[in-house]
Design a protein around this ligand. Sequence first.
Ligand code: ADP
Ligand code: MG
Length: 289
Amino acid sequence: ATPVAVIASIGASARRGLLIKGGRYLEVLAKATVVVLDKTGTLTLGRPVITDVIPLDADLGADEVLRLAATAERYSEHPLAEAVRGAAARRELQLAEPQDFEAIPGIGVRVRLDGESVAVGGRRLLAGEGLPPIAAELEAQGKTLLFVIRNGQPLGVLAAMDTLRPDVPEALAELRRLGVKHLELLTGDNERTAAAIAAPLGIHWRANLLPEDKIAVVKEYQRRGHVVVMIGDGVNDAPALAQADVGIAMGAAGSPLAIEAAHIALLRDDWKLVPEVLRIARRTMNTVK
Ligand code: ADP
Ligand code: MG
């Protein structure tokens, strides 16, 4: 039977906005040594805004590049797609109706428009092409780049900027004080953006990861004997949340699939709850022992 102390802790946690799906997750969490974190929507607010629109084709203006991008993103639920549509709406651009919408997880979107193929997404879409010089400059500012590609031809690049959640630095410092030895950002975004976010937080990072790569990283630490906590918010984080010894979902703004896959969900988007649930786990296990 579950000890009374565990049940009491789960009840008390629920009142603080922490959904814990079973006593054994508190038991495992108390021994956590590695914490891996998603970026967009987890460390950041997940509400990026478009800061730059740069045509790469002399025949196109910025509005035309943005209009094409927003048309391709018309039916995507990704936060970056919302940012692109928002920028187009602010410039009052008319969007066309795309055909054959296809979302490519961790990469971008592809549609057909007037018989042509239009894709928007990260650099993986640039088959073998070098990055334009402006790209490095924008990425060093921590911005995420989206390339707009028509029939294989790069037409432009958009830059998006997201903001760090305000409680993150203090929460991560608290996790370290509680004995978490290794903190690592796992992101589908590029290296420079990953480094720009991770460096000031003093955490490790890995970039250009697809959803399956995030699972592989979790398994790698588990093979090395670590108890791994994964914190994420998105549909594409769900498999890694499930694989982790304890998956924690950013519940309030996160995807229902992430909440379903995780073992613990934060029902308020408050990062202070992360060290708090670790403290609760430690305290509960001390009581039980
Ligand atoms: P993270 O791991 O940071 O939460 P995602 O896995 O959601 O990021 O996305 C990783 C990358 O995939 C983005 O930085 C972007 O390059 C690309 N991407 C995914 N979906 C889209 C989309 N709808 N539009 C543009 N780019 C996208
Ligand atoms: Mg995310």
